[in-house]
Design a protein around this ligand. Structure first.
Ligand SMILES: C[S@@+](CC[C@H](N)C(=O)[O-])C[C@H]1O[C@@H](n2cnc3c(N)ncnc32)[C@H](O)[C@@H]1O
Ligand code: SF4
Length: 452
């Protein structure tokens, strides 16, 4: 099949910006028993060479929807929703646990959208079930992400009792007007308390997420906020500049993000980086700015560096069985009999491409890649390399694969060359590719509001 930029742009328009390969958008139905058979196969064969497997629990609920947020999330409407959810996840934990009874998992991760939404009893129930049903390595990192207004001292104590070792506090902003407009309820007092509880119970690491130029932010407050937050001495800082994408209420309510906003956002980001570095935070590869080397997110790093297998619960998240299968569940909360499993087949080259795509912008050492996957990269990927060279995107210096990518548009577009021919064909057919249309322009226009 002839591959060109228009086809790659078309793929970009129909797959997620998360740029994880293979894309979820081409999944097909699969039965739970086949998923379980594939896990058994991995545990009996590849696991003992790979030894990388982490546990992830998804909490797809929020108390309300924040204006800036681009995540699809379900608002908790009924008091019973969380209890129903918990009883069903525990059944899932139980179903899969027998497969992993002889191994120790590397890490556990409690992420998106509000894992701290549970009350203390619910939290204990979830964490104790995991501890009872699965074993973890002694040094496993247990990583729990929290929204400040949902936290109490009792919850922090429970996290510590179940060996949580890293907490991410989703601060985003502390500017009053911005908090009000975005629908967030957090105060400096609460934030300071959370920091002091985490330290009181000796949870090792605090990471924070902040959002440059979130709606109704202003430069002066933002710098003051950051300075005050730095004084609280978090171990790690992540900056995710605001993207006014179509999924946000900001966009749906017809608010406009102007060229000036984009300039301010990028300026703010640069100022923040200067400030962070002035206070001795260092950039660490594959993660963010840190002060303490145990603060990095081990799971995320393992995912990038080691193609770590991931046992993800629940919808709509993606489990990955190394060299085997990528699957996810879609679950209708109110209809118990309706757990739907979807999967994407992985050929040998697919899991290598997964690694390459995660490293695409920053580059990688070809020798390490060859040793990791027992391949000759320059031979196996000669078509893709040629394509990138013809488009003046690639620079191979000695053993190093380095791209000349300048922005998100180029990163998303050119990384699609690593999609398998079969997957490219599925996407073109599924979403009706029309070669007379200019998808490069359409994709560029869609991305024009996105940061670099
Ligand atoms: C799923 S959200 C969870 C946020 C968390 N529940 C909170 O209360 O802030 C995780 C991350 O997605 C990122 N995110 C969400 N919407 C975004 C947007 N519109 N632009 C940029 N990043 C966004 C933010 O970095 C956020 O911390
Ligand atoms: S920012 Fe967090 S709390 Fe707000 S809607 Fe998004 S996921 Fe929910």
């Amino acid at each position: 099949m002839e591959i060109n930029l228009n086809k790659l742009a078309f793929i970009c328009l129909h797959t997620s910006w998360w740029n994880i390969y293979p894309p979820q958008d081409i999944a097909r139905n699969i039965s739970k028993s086949i998923v379980s058979k594939n896990w058994k196969n991995y545990i009996e064969n590849d696991y003992f060479i790979h030894k990388k497997l982490w546990f992830y629990l998804h909490t797809p609920f929020c108390e309300s929807k924040c204006l800036f947020c681009s995540c699809w999330s379900e608002k908790v409407v009924w008091w019973t929703t969380l209890d129903i959810y918990i009883s069903r996840i525990i059944k899932e934990f139980t179903y899969f646990s027998a497969i992993f009874s002889n191994i120790k998992l590397n890490h556990a991760y409690f992420w998106w959208w509000t894992p701290s939404i549970y009350n203390t009893e619910q939290l204990k129930k979830i964490l104790s079930s995991i501890r009872k049903l699965y074993s973890f390595e002694e040094k496993a990192q247990w990583n729990f992400e929290i929204s400040p207004h949902t936290m109490t001292e009792e919850k922090v104590k429970i996290l510590k009792n179940y060996w949580v070792s890293r907490v991410t506090i989703w601060i985003q902003t502390m500017t009053l007007e911005s908090l009000r407009v975005n629908g967030r309820f957090q105060t400096w007092d609460k934030l300071e308390n959370i920091f002091s509880w985490i330290r009181k119970y000796w949870i090792e690491n605090i990471n924070i997420d902040l959002m440059p130029w979130i709606p109704w932010e202003n430069l002066k407050n933002f710098l003051l906020n950051l300075r005050r937050i730095i004084q609280m001495n978090p171990d790690m800082i992540h900056l995710y500049p605001f993207r006014p994408s179509e999924d946000t209420l900001f966009y749906k309510k017809w608010f406009i993000y102007t060229e000036n906003d984009i300039k301010n956002r990028d300026l703010m980001y640069e100022l923040w980086v200067k400030l962070i570095e002035k206070y001795w935070y260092y950039w660490v590869e594959n993660d963010s700015w840190w002060k303490n080397d145990s603060a990095r997110n081990e799971q995320e790093v393992d995912k990038i560096i080691n193609n770590c297998s991931i046992l993800w619960f629940w919808y709509p998240t993606r489990s990955y069985i190394h060299k085997n299968l990528m699957y996810f569940t879609w679950y209708d909360m109110y209809n118990e009999s309706n757990t739907v499993y979807m999967w994407i087949k992985l050929e040998t080259k697919d899991y290598i491409s997964r690694y390459i795509i995660s490293h695409f912008r920053d580059g990688f050492d070809i020798k390490i890649l060859n040793e990791k996957f027992w391949i000759d990269f320059l031979e196996l990927y000669k078509f893709e390399i040629k394509f990138l060279e013809v488009n003046n995107i690639l620079e191979i210096r000695g053993n190093y694969f380095k791209t000349k990518i300048n922005n998100v548009f180029e990163k998303l577009l050119f990384s699609k060359i690593f999609y398998s021919e079969e997957n490219i064909k599925v996407i073109l057919d599924k979403f009706s590719y029309n070669e007379d249309k200019d998808y490069v322009k359409e994709f560029k226009d869609t991305l024009s509001i996105v940061y670099k």
